[in-house]
Design a protein around this ligand. Structure first.
Ligand code: CA
Length: 513
């Protein structure tokens, strides 16, 4: 009798185990998602896009293993708004974050919330920058506001915490620590969001001498005279005239003049520097001695001084990126070493592009290509063939629907982007125009909106100034010649204006209708 019961029990356990195996095999396994985003990372400073400035082998690896988007753009080229667009899949006028000053309403629908509801373990580590607390995350450990590069404060699940070290390395370590202790019965969604390479480009101490011997030529349009382009004439964002000698160029100058627009920069420089330990501070000062000597030699010769400023800017910017690339390598290695690389989708992007001296500028904001465009690459093992390059017009608006689609979750109809799956085989129909709207008024940049098609870009500065611009990107990829008054383009302008109005209606941007 006892033997019979035991036999029955064994058969019952065997049968249930069999059922479990069958159900695990028949339900599609949902991939993990690692969403890596840096802040202000220009595509010009990723070797998968351009080998001229820096080698980024680890970031490039994501593109080699998946798809590289050559024409990825943002809908509003500034930090917090871009993050809100990616979280919600909606334009700024609908998600409520038009500029950096607005607070993100965390009650709205977002990708982490939807992925969490679909059984994902969710986390964000690093830059958040949306003023309200993150919602929809099983774990969050974020920088307050912009955050600091050295020995930074974090807010860990609502609690103030300080970590010793360099911010990019800390974000990497915290991300990997979370991956180790996550609930392994669920797929994960991790947003590893770097502060670097945001202004004021403070590199890891170990990287302070990188590029010391590299010469960086000025971009061909560094001395752009802005003729015929009123929007550019009013801005205060040039490498030549609007950067701070201390904060941006790292010359500890007590009695140097401050550019009016940077009234806050000298104090901020000393505050940031004071976060270094005594030893780190000594290494910092030793490392920048050479740059200070070169400043004293160059400052009385205008051309030489311009070249020195550009070099100071680019060196520190790229030094910060060297750490981001190392971080990507570390986390990709972790995935591989733990057998997670085959079932983890990896996205690399930035919250927008950045000017590295083109048009004489640093910063972002404008709809001109370098700030409007953003790096984007996706590795999706088994779903995307290796080494594809896409020329489709894609947007950061597409990130949210794409990630939901990858997770097999329903995409809410209120989301305005498109799942990028359509672009993976290159044959599907895709949008032929994209819409942009920038709202902030700082640094002399007027709010503007516009349309970009395969060949043309039409934009309208409508607030501080009232001025239209048209570019033929095929003939003038650097956007030096505004064709708005050119009689040959009258019909093209008329068509673009009508297409622009259609997009404003489609995306419900009623503020400009
Ligand atoms: Ca940014």
């Amino acid at each position: 009798m006892e033997v019979k019961i035991r036999l029955n029990l064994s058969l019952f356990i065997l049968f249930n185990t069999f059922l479990l195996i069958i159900s695990a095999c028949s339900s599609p396994e949902r991939p993990n998602i690692l969403f890596i985003m840096s802040d202000d990372h220009a595509f010009q400073a990723i070797s998968a896009y351009s080998p001229d400035l820096i080698q980024t082998p680890n970031i490039d690896q994501i593109a080699k293993d998946g798809i590289l988007y050559n024409r990825a753009f943002v809908t509003n080229s500034i930090c917090a708004p871009s993050r809100a667009v990616m979280l919600t899949g909606k334009y700024s006028h609908l998600n409520g974050v038009r500029g950096n000053g607005e607070v993100f309403n965390g009650n709205q629908q977002t990708i982490p919330k939807l992925l969490q509801q679909n059984g994902y373990e969710t986390a964000i580590v690093g830059k958040w920058h949306l003023k309200s607390d993150p919602i929809g995350f099983d774990y969050w450990n974020v920088l307050p506001g912009q955050g600091d590069y050295y020995n930074p404060d974090f807010i860990k699940q609502g609690k103030d915490t300080v970590y010793q070290g360099y911010v990019t390395e800390i974000i990497t370590k915290l991300s990997i620590d979370w991956l180790k202790k996550r609930d392994k019965n669920k797929p994960f969604f991790l947003m590893m969001h770097h502060k670097a390479p945001h202004r004021s480009w403070m590199p890891a101490i170990k990287n302070l001498q990188l590029f010391d011997d590299t010469k960086f030529p000025l971009p061909s349009n560094f001395y752009d005279d802005y003729e015929g382009r009123e929007g550019l004439q009013k801005q205060m964002l040039t490498v030549k005239d609007h950067m701070d000698i201390r904060m941006d160029f790292k010359v500890p100058c007590i009695d140097c003049d401050t550019v009016e627009v940077n009234w806050w920069a000298p104090e901020e420089y000393w505050r940031r520097l004071n976060r270094l330990s005594q030893d780190e501070r000594a290494q910092w000062e030793e490392s920048y001695k050479k740059e200070v000597t070169e400043f004293l030699e160059a400052k009385n010769n205008e051309k030489r001084y311009d070249q020195w400023k550009f070099r100071r800017y680019i060196e520190d910017y790229l030094r910060c990126i060297a750490s981001v690339d190392e971080s990507v390598g570390d986390v990709l290695d972790f995935l591989k070493d733990n057998g997670l690389d085959k079932n983890t989708v990896v996205v690399y992007t930035s919250d927008q592009g950045f000017y590295l001296g083109e048009h004489g500028l640093f910063d972002k904001r404008f709809m001109y290509e370098e700030a409007f465009r953003t790096p984007l690459m996706i590795k999706n093992p088994d779903k995307i063939r290796k080494g594809i390059v896409s020329e489709q017009l894609v947007l950061n608006l597409d990130i949210a629907p794409t990630l939901l689609d990858i997770a097999g979750a329903e995409i809410p109809t209120s989301m305005q982007g498109l799942p990028l799956r359509e672009t993976w085989n290159g044959s599907a129909e895709w949008r032929d125009a994209i819409y942009y709207h920038f709202y902030e008024k700082g640094w002399g940049v007027s709010p503007h909106y516009g349309i970009r098609t395969d060949r043309y870009k039409l934009l309208h500065f409508y607030d501080l100034i009232d001025s239209w611009e048209l570019y033929d990107l095929q003939e003038d990829p650097n956007e030096m010649s505004n064709l708005i008054q050119h009689p040959e383009y009258t019909q093209i302008i008329k068509d673009l204006k009508s297409q622009l109005k259609e997009l404003q209606e489609k995306y419900k941007d009623k503020e400009v209708l």
